[in-house]
Design a protein around this ligand. Structure first.
Ligand code: ARG
Length: 440
């Protein structure tokens, strides 16, 4: 492909160090880009009809091989682009040499990665919306189960379990929205930017952009081939989503302990111990938590390969694919595993501690005109004096001793406290509408 200038073949060490097979998954995107490119070359009169037809037919045959899994890469293929061109030569001979007219692998790879991410972005958006909507369903399923909401991992206030679950749903929905927003920025075709400053031939980027379903073409050829911010942003979208999943995973790990006893995971979503017969482990959750670290590192990789590279294309940028594919693959694997784990789990949380209604009792005094600080102090003293007795079991004397305006009628159950908060059923319906709006 570039042998003309060289008098010796590449050394084995160079080849092994520089060739990266991870771009092979761009095969179909590369073919799609080449089909659009050759059609454009024909439309503007750079190539004759016979060449366009021969090249297009050859590319389509390669596409069939790729789809059938019979396309063979060889050791001499430097990357996916050279593999396709090599195969095209094998299939159609001389006209294959005209395909790369007015194009460079630099705008080609910038295009391929966009085509690829545009597709996976839709899948990830869909998967995240599905998880968000699952939390709304789970909320309905767990009905009026009440759990403590925590701060500092200390029981804080009673809440419906559905609210805790849907907190993760809203996070997943924002993660989905982040992918969708990125879709708008990715919707720009870089094809036609060439190596860095385009071509003197009358190539027409708008034609290839339209054929490939992009709304716009690049404004600056240097930016088009030299930038990887959108790839980094894609990895960030994955990393933030994985980080949310990691927090969810940590909650599930805690909830499934015998100490918490909130949840029993289904056998089909749990793992066993080779040594301890009684064990049932939440490995999906642990791995989601563990794998999120490497996805965060992918973002650092993608920022790192950009930061010191002078404009425009540098081979450093080849490293973007390994990082972003790893980020996306990890998220793509985690979402159905965690989703299935939640969907099949049995929830049976114990009631929150009685004293989690302390704020409600203090607020009963506030309603009677007591300053909040005074009420806070009185209920704090009451809770500490009760020791083994719950707030609900405090006697009239104990209440009156804490504050003269307190009466047994101020005691309320954790369930009553949770029901004073906004309706969880309404929240589930709002979450579902938001999911539908994003999916549309
Ligand atoms: N394999 C390269 C990459 O992934 C494609 C672009 C190569 N361009 C070049 N001038 N070597 O970034």
């Amino acid at each position: 492909m570039w042998g003309g200038r060289f008098s010796e073949p590449p050394s084995e060490a160079l080849w092994r160090f520089t060739v990266d097979h991870s771009d092979r998954r761009l095969l179909q995107d590369d073919i799609a880009g080449s089909l659009a490119h050759v059609a454009m070359l024909g439309e503007v009169g750079i190539l004759g009809g016979d060449d366009v037809e021969a090249i297009s037919n050859g590319l389509r045959s390669i596409g069939t091989e790729a789809a059938g899994g019979t396309f063979e890469f060889t050791d001499s293929d430097e990357d996916v682009h050279s593999a396709v061109e090599r195969r095209l030569f094998e299939l159609i001979g001389e006209p294959a040499g005209r395909l790369h007219t007015g194009r460079s692998r630099n705008d080609q790879i910038a295009l391929d990665i966009r085509l690829y991410l545009r597709r996976t972005l839709r899948e990830r958006t869909h998967d995240l919306v599905a998880l968000a909507s699952l939390t709304a369903d789970l909320s309905d399923r767990v009905g009026d189960m009440v759990v403590p909401a925590y701060t500092h991992l200390q029981q804080a206030q009673p809440i419906p379990l559905g609210r805790h679950l849907m907190a993760y749903g809203w996070m997943a929905l924002r993660d989905a929205g982040r992918f969708a927003d990125l879709g708008g920025r990715l919707d720009v075709s870089p094809l036609g930017a060439g190596a860095v400053a385009g071509s003197g031939l009358p190539i027409t980027p708008a034609i290839t952009a339209a054929k490939l379903g992009f709304s716009r073409t690049f404004d600056n050829s240097i930016d088009a081939v030299g930038s990887r911010d959108l790839v980094a942003e894609y990895a960030f979208c994955c990393a933030q989503a994985m980080t949310h999943l990691s927090r969810l995973a940590e909650d599930v790990v805690l909830w499934s302990t015998s100490e918490f006893g909130w949840v029993t995971l289904d056998d089909s979503y749990s793992t066993g111990s080779s040594a301890l017969p009684q064990k049932k482990n939440p490995d999906i959750a642990e791995l989601a938590r563990g794998k999120s670290a490497a996805v965060a590192a992918d973002v650092a990789t993608l920022l790192g390969i950009q930061k010191g590279t002078p404009l425009a294309y540098n081979r450093d940028l080849q490293e973007d694919k390994r990082a972003v594919f790893h980020a996306d693959d990890t998220l793509a694997g985690a979402l159905p595993a965690l989703g299935g784990m939640l969907d099949t789990a049995q929830f049976h949380p114990p009631e929150p501690a009685d004293e989690t209604v302390a704020l409600d009792v203090a607020e009963a005094l506030v309603v009677r005109g007591v300053p909040f600080r005074e009420a806070h102090e009185a209920i704090g003293r009451l809770v500490s004096s009760l020791q083994d007795v719950g707030l609900g079991d405090a006697t009239a004397e104990q209440l009156a001793a804490a504050h003269p305006l307190l009466t047994p009628a101020d005691g309320l159950t954790v369930g009553e406290s949770a029901r004073r908060r906004p309706s969880v059923a309404e929240e589930a319906s709002r979450l579902r509408s938001a999911c539908e709006a994003l999916a549309a």
